[in-house]
Write a protein that binds this ligand. Sequence first.
Ligand SMILES: [Zn+2]
Length: 637
Amino acid sequence: MTASPRHLLFSLSVLFLLTACQSDDPAPALSPEPSLRVEVGTDPHSFAEFERVHIRHMRLDLDADMNRRTLSGHVVLDLERPVPGFQRLVLDTRDLDIRDVNAVRPDGTFLPVSWRLGADHGHLGQPLVIVLPQGIEQVRIDYASRPEAFGLQWLDAAQTSSGKPFMFSQSQPHYARTWVPLQDTPAVRYTFEATVRGPRDLMVVMGAAGNLFERNDSGEYHFEMPEPIPSYLMAIAIGDLVFAETGPRSGIYAEPEWIEAAAAEFDVLEEMIDIGEDLYGPYRWGRYDLLVLPPSFPFGGMENPRLSYITPTIIAGDGSLLGLVAHELAHSWSGNLVTNAAWRDLWLNEGFTVYFEARIMERLYGTDVRDQLAVLAWDGLNETLQTADERDRQLVRDLSDRDPEQAFMRVPYDMGRFFIDWLEHRYGREVLDTFLRQYFDYFAFRSITSEDFLDYAREHLIEAHPGRASLAEFEEWLYQPGLPDTAQEIRPRSDAFTEVDGWRENWQTGVVGLAELPVADWSVHQWRHFLIGLEGLLDAGTMAAMDEQFALVEQQNYEILFLWLMRSIEAEYTPGIERLESFLLEVGRNKFTQPLYAALAASDWGRDWAVEVYQRARPGYHPLTRQAAERALGLTD
Ligand SMILES: [Zn+2]
């Protein structure tokens, strides 16, 4: 990495504060003082100098205290030293209490070493600098997380359906450092083992092998992750969990209240795995289970390997929102197997995954549903591209001076997906599928950059199949803002949506009445398209008439309900606002809460009311949801 002025400034500030402050007395130094100059590494969101020394295996031993909201214990890191003489290990930490650091000699005895915790760099946390004596390849760190750990959400008994406490992690993009001191960059992969002790009436699960099908009596659980993963895929959850099998290598974990509905909704899970394997080669992670989290989970899903996390807000009773499950499963190839090396390359994880998800949905539900979903994505992407910053309108984005949380917007997902759609259009499905299978195979269990992809594609697509697409066209997709003109070649169309457009227009112009709309035949996605097309066009009286006809305010499908609540804010529609209040108190999924709070804040009547509701909802929200809501409401920057 070439040092930009900003990086220089950054490293100097670390240098100064390492010299000036020491947050803990180091153990008696049997080795030299740590060299104090720390720079952010190749990954601008990590202090890890992973090209010189990196973690290859980790042993976690943790006690979970649900009352004090801490994980405490130790981690032993096995190191590999590509630069053997390099005498320093730098780890990422944020809000961790580091109690002790020891090197472990080959005979297992401890050797106290010098270590320092550097200055606090906000969301990046503090570098933990450890002197590495010669011949040492193992380090043990005794530590505890704090109740405010950004990557952990602790729910007390009153906030769950089981009436028992719950805790879950969310490590992506750079929150693993809030519960384990480690090299918190997707560029580093390691295997791990873990022993975790929790309360005896709760069950501990991890994104790893070894999850039990029943709670054990000791409260102690053992896990192993034999495939090397990056830190953002570290996952742990503790709660009153039960298990339901959906197939020989798949099943569902959830609190008792959710398990039956979830197992019924997700009963296609095993079939989805089979489809994934048929498309892009073997599933390499053993089992694939889902953990249904409480509604406060800030995301739709999180692709933690072997145990993906899922929001209960996709349990619609009819399987209509299973695209999200297909998405998390698809990450078992794109993302978990072949991983973006830094967050600037997020489209490598998400764009391929949205494409893969669409292929699974096409197999399960046919081309009509696939096209409806594609049009929704295309319209949403184009809306985002109109309002996004210039620097956020391209696939490969410079995030080096920003919180990597900002990587997660529509562009890497949907524009990435349409780029792969375009490759399919230019090369044909057969060639592209062969290419993708080889790509997943060649880069399996590796972390790569956009340029690695481009090099591979140049050889295996551009040069192997000349005349179909040029390097310049590839580069335009990756590095130029906005959709390139060539994207029009793959602009999706849906006859089902065209019909809806016709009915909407006829209704709005008085040609037909509400009762004549053929909604009994409409898919959930047609409903979504119908309601999106009514943005800003409804008044409270019309909405009341629609509710009388369709009972939208009582919708069980959260995607439809969300759109109805957005329309309710615009029209100041009282029954919708009442439902909105209970919705915001129950659901913490950012995709819904952020735009709802933003719309309320932008309205001329709703901001104060929204702030009041937010204050009541806040204790049940994840730190990420709080952060986004507070920004939307103008409570923080
Ligand atoms: Zn994803």
